[in-house]
Design a protein around this ligand. Sequence first.
Ligand code: OOB
Length: 552
Amino acid sequence: MSTTGPAPATTPGLDAPTWPAEFAERYRAAGYWRGETFGGMLRERAAAHPERTALVDPAPARRTWTYRELDERADRLAAGFAARGIAKGDRVVVQLPNIGEFIEVVFALFRIGALPVYALPAHRETEIGYFCSFAEATAYVIPDRHAGFDHRALAAKVKARTPSLRHVFVVGDPGEHTALSDVPCDPVATPGGPKPHELAFLQLSGGTTGVPKLIPRTHDDYLYSLWGSNEICGVDADTRFLVVLPAAHNFPMSSPGWLGVLYAGGTAVLCPRPDPATAFPLIERERITMTGLVPPLALVWTEAAPESACDLSSLDVLLVGGAKYSEQAARRLEPALGCRLQQVFGMAEGLVNYTRLDDDQETVVTTQGRPISPDDEIRIVDAAGQEVAEGEFGHLLTRGPYTIRGYWRAPEHNATAFTQDGFYRTGDIVRRTGTGHLVVEGRAKDQINRGGEKIAPEEVENLILAHPAVHDVSIVAVPDDYLGERTLAYVILREGAEPLKPAAVKRFVRERGIAAYKVPDLVEFVDAFPQTGIGKVSKKGLRSTAATAEQH
Ligand code: OOB
């Protein structure tokens, strides 16, 4: 933690620290910040090529949107939202799967200047309740049912206890709420839309603390990460991008993702499920040229492709990121899928690294790429904050034209998550090669990366601590061939408490209403935790206990 001077002031209207004026001027002068907004971008594309296909939602019946249709539908929905009192700066929690309505809703909100808060389909009452109350959301957008879960009942519960939440909009059968299909109305001129330097949305952080932090992204900075990614990944009007991962996640949204493809005038195709049985026929039918996967999915696709009868020959580039992709797995991808691999190491807070399409094969399989921007500043430091020697491993700190300067409404956390001079402490341990590529070695932050899905142990530990029989709990990662990491909860029971079964602990967590991927994979009961020198629980000690244990 730095002790030099106060934390940067929070900018009124943004509710978060932003780039100091001299940086903003530099980024504009360099041409990174082009003075565009998302709403304006879609309008321009619709004027330039109205009849080109912007979006395909293939399931259950194939639907398509031209740029003109997407633009018009966003306008009508924006007018309907505005008529219901949703205004510039309002927060709207959007929890939709990969369906066309997701894209319509966020562009409608962009037009008004209301801020989508991107929840994941897996989130449940614990997360949604928190987002709605912390963000003081005025509206929440859901599907009626998805993956066997009825979102309407959860929404009713959260609405009853969140005073700010006035609307629940439902795709499908609305039940007691409002059908999204009833919202659109004739557009009216909406003065005072968002400015390029203002916030566009709030993205979720993977988190290291008890509750997720919200990441404030502006139009200027996020649009730069899009067109910067497009140049590096070769995205153009002929690109047909398959959105396999949840569309709300930063990776499939912007690296280069569906937003990058829309920026370039290409076509985004929404994939309802990530398995080869769903995705491969879509690649064939929609002549998909590009997609992005987390490493476990890339493994599954690599196994499945040689056996598949589908024609995958249109696939040109496959991006893999979100978690460490092993060199061995990376080597197998191109021969199996017949496309080029790009590794991506990014974060919702900003910095994104790509291997380049003209990098040699060794670089592509052994590194996680280099930054998008010449103005992405990278520092690799030791525990004391001193830069390490070139080529050595250290903590990655970064600052640049699309990396935030602070989380939304989190001044205390910001004081430690950022240096005084505005570098974001990523919590990742990396080394830089002679070509400027980064190799991710590990993590210093207390976060578990379960196949790309990030888990803050503290959030789940807090839930388990509420169990009457539990005295203490500590959750660590254990290595896993498929997911990279799985979660193991070490539990100390209260003296005299009835013995518990692992399944009972998992059920208890599930019943609190939390994303299924956060439920501990393994539970073990112990009498004590290893301690650090100053008497704190040693997660390092627990991880090595887990690594040496024979069975869990
Ligand atoms: C992406 O974003 P987040 O915010 O879910 O997670 C960021 C963290 C990084 O700090 C790092 O710990 C890990 O995920 N990570 C990787 C990685 N890519 C992300 N660790 C090792 N190797 C990689 N290739 O995960 C994200 C955002 C934009 C693009 C791609 C991924």
